[in-house]
Design a protein around this ligand. Structure first.
Ligand SMILES: Nc1ncnc2c1ncn2[C@@H]1O[C@H](COP(=O)(O)OP(=O)(O)OP(=O)(O)O)[C@@H](O)[C@H]1O
Ligand SMILES: [Mg+2]
Length: 436
C-alpha cells in the first residue's frame, strides 16, 4: 500500500529572524508530519525587535509559485499569512479559486512589534476577496476589530466581532484569538457560520514575552490538520495544543519578542525517547556490575532531563528508583516524574549547568557513599534547604572554590550523594570506576 503523505502550502512572507512567516509555518507543518511548500509573498528584513524593510514579490510570481507546486506535487490544504497589497491578494484569490484547496486565512496586518505588514488600502480587498475564500480565518484582537468595526475588550465583544465577520464576509469558521486579551487563560472564540454555534478554546496564559510567530504557527497547524484530512474542529483543537506548547518552550533569543518553538511538538518526544534508551542501557550496567551493592530500600535512583528549554517542567524528567530497578520491571512501567527528590535534584542541577543532564542519587547508605567518595572528586555541601536549590547552591559554590565541576556532590545535611554527568550511561560509568 502506498501511504499518502499530506502536503500543505503556505502563501506568506519571509521573516529574516526565523520566528514568524514561512519559517514558522514550515517548522509547524513538518512537526505535524505534513510536507510543507511555499509561495513567498514578501521578503522582510526583520528581527525580534521590529521590521526594517519590506520587498514585495511580484503578484505574477506569487501566482506562478502556487501553480508550480499545485500542478506537480499537489496541495491538500493551504494557509495565507502576509499579503501586503491588493494586487498580491487578487493573484492569490485567483489561484486559490482555480485549485480549490481548503484555505486558512491569517489576516496579518501588523507584526508582533506593531510594524505594519499590510498596506492600508488593501483592507477592502482582504475583506471582499480573501476572507470569503477561507474555511477558517484567524484574526487576533486588533485584526478582528479592524474587520468587524467592533471594539473588543472581553469575550462577549470577541463573540460579537466573530459573528459580524461571518455575516459580512462569509468565511466558514472565524477564530478571534485571545492573545491580546488579559486573564489567567488565553481564550480563543470560535464561531461556525453555518449553524451560528460558538465554542471556546482555552489554555493557561503563559507569562512570556517570547511570542513572536504565535499567529503564524497557530494558523499553519490548522492547515496541517486539514491537509491530513482531519475535520476543522479537530484541526483547530490540535493547533491550540501545539501553540500552547510552542509558547511554553519558546526561545529567549534577540532583544525583543523571541520566537515560539513549534518544533517542541516533536523535539520533546524525541528527547524523552533518547532518555529512555540511555536509562535502559545504564540500568543494564548497574544490574550486572553494582546491583548487589545498592540496598533496594535506598531512596535514590537515576534521573535524566531533556536539554533546555525543556528542563523546566518536572514532567519532562525521566527517573527510576533503585527499588524499581531491583524489581526488574520494564522501564516503561517504572519511570516516574513529578515531585520526587530525584526529579528536583535533576532540575536544580541542569538549571545551574545545562551540560549536566543525568544523575545518580545514593541516599543515606554511609558505607557505599564513603566508598564512592574515595574514587570520585566530590564536593561536600553542608547547608540545608529546598531540594532543587540545594543542588544549584552546591554546584555554584563548588565552581567557585574548585574552579571546575566535581564528579559528585555530597549533601551532608541529608547524607545524599549525587553523582553528576552528561548522560545516565556516563554517571553509571563514574560509579563503577569509583567502586572498581
Ligand atoms: N501568553 C500566551 N499564553 C498562552 N497562549 C497564548 C499566549 N499568547 C497567545 N496565545 C495563543 O496563541 C495563539 C495565537 O494568538 P495571538 O493572539 O498571539 O496571535 P497573533 O497576535 O496573530 O500572533 P502574531 O503576533 O505572532 O501574529 C492563540 O491561540 C492565543 O490564545
Ligand atoms: Mg498574527
Amino acid at each position: 500500500m502506498v501511504v499518502k503523505l499530506p502536503k500543505a502550502l503556505t502563501i506568506a512572507g519571509l521573516d529574516s529572524g526565523g520566528g514568524a512567516g514561512i519559517t514558522a509555518d514550515l517548522k509547524t507543518f513538518h512537526a505535524m508530519g505534513v510536507y510543507g511548500m511555499v509561495a513567498l509573498t514578501a521578503v522582510t528584513a526583520q528581527n525580534t525587535l521590529g521590521v526594517r524593510a519590506i520587498q514585495e514579490v511580484e503578484p505574477s510570481i506569487v501566482e506562478a509559485q502556487v501553480n508550480a507546486v499545485a500542478e506537480d506535487i499537489g496541495v491538500d490544504a493551504a494557509k495565507t499569512g502576509m499579503l501586503s497589497s491588493s494586487p498580491i491578494m487578487e493573484s492569490v484569490a485567483k489561484v486559490v479559486k482555480k485549485w480549490g484547496f481548503p484555505l486558512v486565512v491569517d489576516p496579518v496586518m501588523y507584526a508582533k512589534s506593531g510594524d505594519p505588514l499590510m498596506r492600508r488600502d488593501a483592507m477592502d480587498t482582504l475583506r471582499r476577496t480573501i476572507i470569503p475564500l477561507a474555511k477558517v480565518v484567524t484574526p487576533n484582537v486588533p485584526e478582528a476589530e479592524e474587520l468587524s468595526g467592533i471594539r473588543i475588550r472581553n469575550l462577549d465583544d470577541a463573540k460579537a466581532a466573530a459573528k459580524r465577520i461571518a455575516e459580512e464576509f462569509h468565511p466558514e469558521i472565524i477564530i478571534v484569538k485571545g492573545g491580546h486579551l488579559t486573564g489567567a487563560e488565553s481564550i480563543d472564540v470560535v464561531y461556525f457560520r453555518d449553524n451560528g454555534e460558538y465554542r471556546e478554546l482555552s489554555a493557561p496564559r503563559i507569562n512570556t514575552g517570547n511570542t513572536h510567530g504565535t499567529g503564524c504557527s497557530f494558523s499553519a497547524a490548522i492547515a496541517a490538520g486539514l491537509a491530513k484530512g482531519m475535520n476543522a474542529w479537530d484541526s483547530i483543537r490540535q493547533a491550540k495544543e501545539l501553540i500552547t506548547m510552542a509558547i511554553q518552550y519558546s526561545l529567549p533569543l534577540g532583544h525583543g519578542h523571541g520566537p515560539v518553538n513549534p518544533m517542541s511538538w516533536v523535539e520533546l518526544r524525541a528527547y524523552r525517547y533518547d532518555a529512555v534508551v540511555d536509562l535502559n542501557n545504564a540500568m543494564g550496567v548497574i544490574k550486572n556490575k553494582v546491583g548487589e551493592l545498592i540496598d533496594p530500600q535506598d531512596n535514590g535512583g537515576i534521573a535524566i532531563t531533556p536539554p533546555q528549554p525543556y528542563a523546566t517542567d518536572p514532567r519532562n524528567v525521566i527517573a527510576v528508583t533503585w527499588r524499581s530497578i531491583k524489581d526488574g520491571l520494564p522501564i516503561s512501567l517504572i519511570m516516574r516524574s513529578g515531585s520526587s527528590r530525584l526529579v528536583k535534584y535533576a532540575l536544580g542541577m541542569v538549571s545551574s549547568n545545562p551540560e549536566l543532564r543525568a544523575l545518580i542519587l545514593i541516599s543515606g547508605l554511609s558505607d557505599l557513599i564513603s566508598g564512592v567518595k574515595r574514587g570520585l572528586s566530590t564536593y561536600d555541601y553542608d547547608l540545608s534547604g529546598d531540594e532543587s536549590m540545594l543542588i544549584s547552591g552546591a554546584l555554584n559554590n563548588a565552581l567557585r572554590s574548585l574552579n571546575r565541576v566535581p564528579d559528585a556532590i555530597h549533601l551532608t545535611s541529608v547524607n545524599d550523594l549525587v553523582i553528576m554527568g552528561e548522560s545516565a550511561t556516563s554517571v553509571v560509568n563514574k560509579l563503577i570506576k569509583a567502586l572498581g
